[in-house]
Each structure stands twice: as structure tokens, then as C-alpha cells.
Design a protein around this ligand. Structure first.
Ligand code: FMN
Length: 262
């Protein structure tokens, strides 16, 4: 067969494709554990960021091990999942919101009239991150997620020891537009959440992300967050997802329990 024949060209091209696909699939399989580990590390970093727990000179893993306790919470009852039921749940380190919400055993539908975060489903149990100083509860860091304009935003909201005041917020995954909805990652905007009042004494959600800028003279300023300019839909999404997760159908029962135990 001539080296230049069409058949020969196809044979060579097919051979190259096979070799390349073998390389790609081998790399994908070999890198999967490292990708999983990186994802876990990224989540840890964002938990620490939300809780302002980063310390110079210490790795995220070390701070996490020293300061944070990850625990399963039953969203309906608001209780920590008792030890004898933990066997049904993965290790908290392996908590994967997307996989669990879609799972027929671990996930559940959210009734449309409760679904202000527009997420349709949620895990029945979620991992929360408890920060203690000795025996004293200092912060609780909650996983949160909800729809923006282009994507579902996933992040963490940290509450101070009163379980009513915000310590911080961080999003670790979204596909909002950089410079518009993507400003959810803006350090200054995230810092503006600190010390805002999220829940009233009775436990009603009072925090709101408004359209436009917060008037510092307003009596409501202590519970309001600036909207993201040119990104009304993402702003509204963040407002609604925070309200959902702090509210009675989200972590409301859990937070009520913690407040009562203080
Ligand atoms: C290319 C492009 C990307 C956009 N990305 C976002 C976004 O990430 N979040 C958002 O809320 N609005 C985004 N918008 C704007 C929305 O379509 C809509 O106009 C905006 O939310 C209205 O906000 P405003 O009332 O503050 O102008 C985008 C618009 C364009 C053209």
C-alpha cells in the first residue's frame, strides 16, 4: 500500500486518535483522586474564609483540624444527627451537596411554595461547621446554595456565637458574569456582610440584599447589604438563597435550637 494512500492516512489518523484517547483517559483516571482532594481543600479554605478563620503561617488543613468540627444536621428536625444514625451518611469530608440532593435516599424535593432559592431539591441532612473555643460555641458556618442568573451559587454563611449576626460569607462555585454577578467574590462586598444582623430575636430572617446602595443613615442599615450594580438578578438570587437557608425551611430549626442552648 502506498504511504500516501487515503486508507493509509486514515489508519495513521485512527492510530494517533487511539493513542491520544488512551493518554487522556489514563490521565483522567489518575488525576481523579487529586482533583477530589483539591475540591475538598478548596471547600475547607472557603469555610475558613467565611468564618474569618485564616491565620498567617498556618495551612488551611491545620487550622481546620484545630478549630472546626464538621457535623451532620437533620434539616427537618434541626438536630445534629445522632451517632447511631451516622452509618447511613458519608464522612462529613465527603459531603457533596449536588450528589446528595439528587440521590433518591439522601435528597428530597422542595415544595414549590417554599423554594425561594429556586433549587428544587436539597439533601435531607447537611454538614455544618462548628467553631468552638474550649466548650464555648463561637461560630457556626452553614453551607448555602441558590440560583443566580446563569448558575447556582454555592457557598458558606458564617454566624457569630449569638446565632443571629453574620460573621462572613464566601461563594466557592458559580458561573455569574465576572464584573457583574461575579462580584459576589469581591472582597469588599463580602466584608460588608460582617456584623450585619441576619435574624431577629424571635428568629425571623431580617437580613436583605437590596437593589442599590445601603443608606448608612437608615435605621435598617444594620441588616442591609448593597446590591451588586448591573446585576439585579444575581443580587436577588443571593438575597433569596440567604433567606431560604436561614429561614424555617432551611437551617431555621437548627439555629433556634442552638440559640436556646446558649
Ligand atoms: C453579557 C451579560 C452578562 C450579564 N451577567 C449578569 C449577571 O451575572 N448577573 C446579573 O444579575 N445580571 C447580569 N446581566 C444583566 C441582566 O441581564 C440584567 O440586565 C440585570 O440583572 C439588570 O440589572 P440592573 O437593574 O442593575 O441593571 C448580564 C447582561 C449581559 C448582557
Amino acid at each position: 500500500m502506498s504511504q500516501d494512500s487515503t486508507l493509509r492516512t486514515f489508519q495513521v489518523a485512527t492510530g494517533i486518535c487511539l493513542v491520544c484517547s488512551l493518554f487522556v483517559s489514563t490521565a483522567a483516571v489518575m488525576l481523579a483522586p487529586r482533583q477530589g482532594e483539591n475540591k475538598r481543600l478548596d471547600r475547607i479554605k472557603n469555610v475558613l474564609m467565611a468564618g474569618h478563620l485564616e491565620e498567617a503561617g498556618k495551612s488551611a488543613g491545620q487550622i481546620y483540624r484545630e478549630r472546626v468540627e464538621d457535623r451532620w444536621v437533620n434539616l427537618t428536625t434541626g438536630d445534629f444527627v445522632p451517632d447511631d444514625q451516622l452509618a447511613d451518611l458519608p464522612d462529613p469530608n465527603e459531603f457533596d451537596i449536588k450528589a446528595m440532593m439528587m440521590d433518591s435516599f439522601h435528597g428530597e424535593d422542595i415544595p414549590a411554595d417554599e423554594d425561594i432559592a429556586r433549587i428544587k431539591r436539597r439533601p435531607k441532612n447537611m454538614v455544618v461547621y462548628v467553631v468552638k473555643e474550649g466548650q464555648r460555641l463561637q461560630q457556626v458556618i452553614l453551607p448555602i446554595y441558590g440560583k443566580g442568573l446563569w448558575s447556582t451559587l454555592y457557598g458558606f454563611l458564617a454566624l457569630k456565637d449569638d446565632m443571629r449576626t453574620v460573621s462572613g460569607i464566601a461563594f466557592y462555585e458559580h458561573k455569574e458574569t465576572p464584573g457583574l454577578g461575579g462580584e459576589v467574590d469581591n472582597a469588599g462586598w463580602k466584608a460588608s456582610w460582617r456584623d450585619k444582623l441576619a435574624l431577629s430575636e424571635e428568629g425571623s430572617v431580617v437580613i436583605e440584599v437590596i437593589k442599590g446602595r445601603v443608606d448608612p443613615e437608615s435605621e435598617q442599615a444594620h441588616r442591609q447589604i448593597d446590591g451588586l450594580s448591573g446585576a439585579t438578578i444575581t443580587t436577588r438570587g443571593v438575597d433569596q438563597l440567604v433567606k431560604y437557608w436561614l429561614g424555617e425551611y432551611g437551617f431555621g430549626p437548627f439555629l433556634k435550637r442552638l440559640r436556646e442552648e446558649r
